[in-house]
Design a protein around this ligand. Structure first.
Ligand code: ADP
Length: 274
């Protein structure tokens, strides 16, 4: 509790009473604490790639590698990768901030689920090829959803990206989408055959900068914000997101969207669309 005291006067200088205002500042303190914590995490996240950039470019600038162009090139490439990581980090922080402060106006429209999955696949194709991961989609052609396509593709990209990062080569990642009549929802699933997630982390990983392993984001080039962004987008679209996993066998990330048409027209998905 925070207390403020103001004396009350009777028109002259004589104090005739006092006013004490007590204010519960628990919530405000908590918000301030969260803000400090967030800033400290972000500073740390920024400092790590910055030190790598400084180290790598420093060697090149000092001319130490003048006789070794190959190593010099590697140093520049390390710097470059870290710059990309910083750009991703800043973009993710901005996206999350926009989502959390309600500055995002979702542009809802009817979109074929198939094309959303295809768009997501084309942005992760290069990464999948590099990791020798096979991507497959099982999505009915006549499944249309009511959502903001850009943000929804972002959710799929983040989930498939993670699935690729945490899967061994020569495995497959499947994306499925289906309408579930009894619940009036559309459910997407991203299924991998990767290392899996311990049961006690299945919920926490959706928080900001939460990793199963402290080195996960650095080693795999992530920002630790991907799932927090997914959760925000899905919630904003009226759905829910969760993960199931068996350690060493793989993980499945599910998310749902409400099916407005089901309620409106008593049917599942529109088959015809102009
Ligand atoms: P990051 O940028 O670290 O990937 P995310 O928020 O996207 O951040 O994911 C948080 C953490 O959840 C990851 O660092 C990883 O530990 C775990 N994780 C996410 N997806 C998977 C997956 N498909 N398989 C195993 N672990 C995963």
């Amino acid at each position: 509790l925070e207390a403020h005291y103001s004396p009350l006067h009777n028109g002259s200088t004589t104090v005739t009473g006092g006013l004490i205002v007590l204010r519960d500042v628990t919530r405000q303190r908590e918000l301030e604490r969260l803000k400090r914590e967030f800033i400290s995490i972000i500073s740390h996240e920024i400092r790590t790639p910055l030190s790598s950039i400084r180290g790598a470019l420093g060697l090149v600038a000092e001319g130490i590698l003048d006789d070794d162009p190959q190593t010099a090139k590697e140093m520049v490439s390390i710097a470059n990768n870290n710059i990309e990581r910083l750009v991703r980090l800043v973009n993710d922080i901005l996206a999350l901030n926009r989502l959390e402060s309600g500055q995002v106006d979702l542009k809802y429209q009817w979109c074929p689920a198939v094309s959303l999955v295809q768009q997501a696949f084309s942005s992760v194709e290069a990464l999948a090829t590099a990791h020798q991961i096979h991507l497959e989609a099982t999505v009915p052609n006549d499944l249309w959803i009511w959502a903001d396509p850009d943000w929804l593709v972002q959710v799929l990209v983040n989930l498939v990206n993670n699935a690729i990062k945490f899967s061994p080569p020569q495995t497959a990642i499947a994306v499925t989408a289906e309408a579930i009549a009894s619940e009036s929802i559309i459910q997407f699933a991203v299924i991998d055959q990767g290392r899996g997630i311990p049961a006690d982390k299945l919920q926490t990983i959706f928080g900001r900068f939460q990793q199963v392993d402290a080195s996960d984001s650095r080693q795999k080039g992530g920002t630790g914000l991907g799932l927090a962004i997914c959760r925000r987008i899905v919630q904003q679209n009226g759905g829910r997101i969760w993960a199931e996993s068996a350690l060493g066998k793989g993980s499945t990330f599910y998310f749902t969207l409400p099916h407005p048409e089901h309620q409106e027209e008593g049917r599942f998905f529109k088959v015809e669309r102009s």
